[in-house]
Design a protein around this ligand. Structure first.
Ligand SMILES: *Cc1c(COP(=O)(O)O)cnc(C)c1O
Length: 336
């Protein structure tokens, strides 16, 4: 797609990697089971590439930038069971770039499956080189060091930020709002609220930017999986502003546009909670959908809690944005 005004002619804005549009489906049995509002799901677990997930939308833009910069290798980082790292490995394989992953061993108390299975297994299958670093290591510094080494050896490395969450990557979720609006119109439905898991903030920021710029009508409710609100809120706010700027929109984001709930993190990133386990089981049993233990399971735990408490009204139409990650569940078999 050649549509960007900012890029030199001939450099594409997006590599085509994702199956789009992703399905928009009702969760009728879950709505009934919770005796709650009308619940729908946006199936970004079905973006197609390498098992799918939300990072594939971002990677369509980020991989195009890497190719545009003449890269031969992409470097990114995350947790050992990072879905972003796994989708980056798949995207690199697809376009013929080498992929180097810096993965941090930061979640305590995991079983052997966490180190071998799920996303770790897929990284191997996609041919990525994995460097595992100890908890507390500064991943960004390690990625920069590797990039310097590769450059010194005549290589062309390109660093993709953790979670793909710069303005370029996050902008993909502003486009996803357009996709949703068209689908919702086709079905004659309007959503009051969108619930999404938020980690590195890019997905949430892109969705807010898209709604502000193009009027989605729904409020975006982010459930944090790692950072407490005082830390996460300024990041989402800042990134939303950057995405609006990159889109050429003159809309301003206000602090109150960023809604966050940090009540479902439990003991920390990647650490199971009873509410997450219940959410994964309920959604599996009533909808045949796979959520993941790190992101969507905790976001759905938040949704279920607010439906039960009445904070989400029974007459609302609520969309759960499924951001993928089901492959990670195979690193957590003992939890279920
Ligand atoms: C990365 C990820 C998220 C969070 O997206 P961010 O843009 O990093 O906030 C949510 N769900 C899954 C499954 C993810 O892999």
């Amino acid at each position: 797609m050649l549509k960007s005004m900012e890029r030199p002619a001939g450099i594409m804005e997006k590599a085509v990697l994702a199956h789009l549009p992703t399905p928009l489906e009702p969760m009728t049995r879950l709505s009934d089971a919770l005796d709650g509002p009308e619940l729908w799901v946006k199936r970004d677990d079905c973006t197609g590439l390498g098992g799918g997930g939300n990072k594939t939308r971002k990677l369509e833009r980020l991989i195009a930038s890497a190719l545009g910069a003449g890269a031969d290798t992409v470097i990114t980082g995350g947790g050992l069971q990072s879905n972003h790292a796994r989708q980056t490995a798949a995207a690199a394989a697809r376009v013929g770039l080498k992929c180097l992953l810096v993965l941090i061993d930061s979640v305590p108390g995991r079983s052997g499956a966490y180190y071998r299975n799920g996303n770790m297994l897929l990284n191997r299958i996609f041919g990525a080189e994995v460097r595992v670093v100890a908890a507390g290591t500064d991943i960004v510094q390690v990625m920069n060091g590797i990039a310097d080494e590769l450059s010194a050896a005549g290589g062309k490395p390109y660093i993709i930020p953790i979670g793909g969450s710069n303005a370029d990557g996050a902008r993909a979720y502003a486009d996803a709002i357009d996709e949703l609006r068209d689908q919702a119109r086709g079905l004659g439905i309007g959503f009051d609220r969108i619930v999404v898991a938020t980690g590195s903030a890019g997905t949430h920021a892109g969705l807010v930017a898209g709604s502000l710029a193009h009027g989605a009508g729904a409020s975006i409710f982010g459930v944090s999986v790692a950072r407490k609100t005082p830390d996460l809120h300024p990041r989402v706010l800042q990134l939303t502003g950057e995405v609006l700027l990159a889109m050429g929109s003159d809309r301003q984001v206000r602090p109150e546009d960023i809604m966050l709930d940090d009540g479902f993190i439990g003991d920390g990133y990647g650490r199971p909670t009873p509410e997450m386990v219940e959410a994964v089981q309920i959604v599996g049993r009533f909808e045949g959908l796979v959520l993941d233990p790190v992101y969507t399971g905790k976001a759905m735990a938040g949704l279920i809690h607010h439906v039960r408490s009445g904070a989400f009204g029974r007459d609302e139409k609520i969309l759960f944005w499924h951001t993928g990650g089901g492959q990670g569940i195979f690193g957590y078999d003992e939890t279920f």
